[in-house]
Ligand binder design. Structure first.
Ligand code: G3H
Ligand code: 13P
Ligand code: ZN
Length: 314
């Protein structure tokens, strides 16, 4: 099966109360770990590439890796998605490069400018069969290329604005700020998400697919390994998995996960370095990292509810 866009996936996800995992890829091992997990669990897949990933690995390498994944897994619908495209030009480039889905993140611009740039990307992408995700409201975060906000609560998505935004842009899905943030330090106290924002939007536009960024859980297993083997992430805290499962049943059709992949890989590399300090063969630490990613993603697919759903999304 060739790369697909998110249309069918989101239709099925919405009507059956699950979400599709959108996993960030930066190299071969991360991609292989994710893809072998979805292949075993027979789940639909969104592989997403950030501007940082394009800068790090180059588009041609990432594209070649994804092409192999698609070729080797004909029964798995796979989307190649641009994560946090910052300008019309970046999105246009990605549409031209063969992405089947692009995100234009105008969330740091004024409401009017966000509408304007999103509309422009939608017009260009739709003419070429590519779907578009936009963002309204602002997430916190510490990612290299994604600017975050400190006061998360003050920047939640306004449901009324969301309706107007969807109508004026014709965008296919909308990332909403409901209290999550990028990176490994999402909450200082007990995690809370604004589920009422999702509910209010769904009341007005039932059936419309919403997207949740910053959805890593910061799994205890990997946090503990990192801290045990010389790392320093004592205060890391993510989104509880129950909250993710709940959101997936409420109209969140795409759940973005990057930090959990990074932590799984880092934890295993640290463990091998510490336990076998004489080791210098990269396969001996990247291999366990890849396997940890695979097992972690398999688990996530059940949290999201999309395990076993590949066929209905194809
Ligand atoms: O949304 C942020 C993703 O985790 C991508 O991060 O820009 O450092 O690749 P990055
Ligand atoms: P995390 O940092 O929670 O993994 O979020 C990733 C993300 O939203 C990518 O767009
Ligand atoms: Zn994001």
């Amino acid at each position: 099966m060739a790369l697909v866009n998110t249309k069918k996936m989101f239709e099925m996800a919405y009507s059956n109360g699950y979400a599709v995992g959108a996993f960030n890829v930066n190299n071969m091992e991360i991609t292989q770990g994710i893809v072998s997990a979805v292949a075993e669990e027979k789940a639909p897949l969104i592989l997403q590439i950030s501007r940082g990933a394009r800068k790090y690995a180059s588009m041609s390498y990432l594209r070649a890796i994804i092409d192999v994944a698609v070729e080797e897994n004909p029964d798995i619908p796979i989307v190649m998605h641009l994560d946090h495209g910052d300008t019309f030009e970046t999105c246009k480039q990605c549409v031209d490069d063969g992405f089947t889905s692009v995100m234009i993140d105008g969330s740091h611009q004024s409401f009017e400018d966000n509408i304007k740039v999103t509309r422009k990307v939608v017009d260009y992408a739709h003419d070429r069969g590519v779907v578009v995700e936009a963002e309204l409201g602002q997430l916190g975060g510490i990612e290299e290329d994604v600017v975050g906000v400190e006061d998360v609560a003050a920047h939640l998505t306004d449901p009324d604005q969301a309706i107007e935004f969807i109508e004026k842009t014709g965008v296919d899905s909308l990332a909403v700020a409901i209290g999550t943030s990028h990176g490994a330090y999402k909450f200082k106290t007990a995690p809370t998400l604004a589920f009422d924002v999702i509910e209010k939007i769904q009341e007005k536009v039932p059936g419309y697919p919403l997207v949740m960024h910053g959805s890593s859980s910061v799994l205890k297993e990997f946090k503990d390994l990192i801290n045990k083997y010389g790392g320093a992430m004592p205060d890391a805290m993510g989104v509880p998995e129950e909250a993710i499962s709940k959101a997936a049943k409420m109209g969140i059709c795409k759940v973005n996960i990057d930090t959990d992949l990074r932590m799984a890989l880092t934890a295993k590399i640290r463990q091998v370095y510490s336990e076998t300090p004489a080791e210098f063969d990269p396969r001996k630490y990247l291999g366990p990292g890849r396997e940890a990613i695979k097992q972690m993603v398999k688990h996530k697919l059940h949290i999201l509810g999309c395990a076993g759903k590949a066929a209905e999304c194809a």
